[in-house]
Design a protein around this ligand. Structure first.
Ligand SMILES: [Zn+2]
Ligand SMILES: [Zn+2]
Length: 170
């Protein structure tokens, strides 16, 4: 699969950024360039009434700041939301996406990392053109809660795989 991916995060999320880059390569064959940022750009989009980041405004900006043929994934430690949802784990818009680790944390590191791989795999799936999938075990299933994330697998289901293969042929 072609296309270049830039995976960014603030300094303190270096290991999470690495996990995201590894996930992109393992799941989709996408190699990436890692970008360590001094400041988390998500900070600029905090809705002070909610104390959460407006994810859509953030990804719109990331998309504008990224060349059209390049994909961008940002990992933030801040809590994010979208529209009327109380929160979201991630959001994709055009060629840019964000994943928040805020609600993925767990006392078990393995569980946290698995959640991170799932949310990263989900958002990159969107960047590659995949929509939500009705299979609750598929990584493209929409997570309404962390229970959905824990239930789903880390990989796209055969149907989503087929769709990716088809869009790659175009
Ligand atoms: Zn989604
Ligand atoms: Zn699927």
């Amino acid at each position: 699969m072609s296309g270049r991916l830039v995976v960014s995060s603030p300094k303190n999320l270096g290991s999470e950024r690495r996990v995201a880059a590894e996930t992109a390569l393992r799941l989709y064959g996408l190699s990436s360039v890692e970008l360590e940022l001094e400041e988390d750009p998500a900070k600029s989009y905090i809705n002070t009434l909610r104390g959460q980041v407006e994810a859509l405004r953030l990804v719109e900006t990331l998309s504008k700041d990224t060349e059209p043929h390049v994909l961008r994934l940002h990992v933030t430690g801040l809590d994010i939301y979208f529209n009327d949802y109380y929160f979201c784990f991630g959001l994709a818009f055009k060629n840019a996406a964000v994943v928040s680790i805020f609600r993925l944390r767990d006392s078990q590191l393995g569980k946290f990392l698995s959640r991170l791989r799932k949310e990263v795999g989900h958002e990159i799936g969107h960047l590659l053109g995949l929509k939500h999938c009705t299979n609750p075990r598929c990584v493209m299933f929409f997570s309404n809660s962390i229970l959905d994330t824990d239930f789903k697998g880390e990989e796209p289901c055969p149907k989503c795989r087929l769709q990716l293969a088809r869009s790659g042929e175009r």
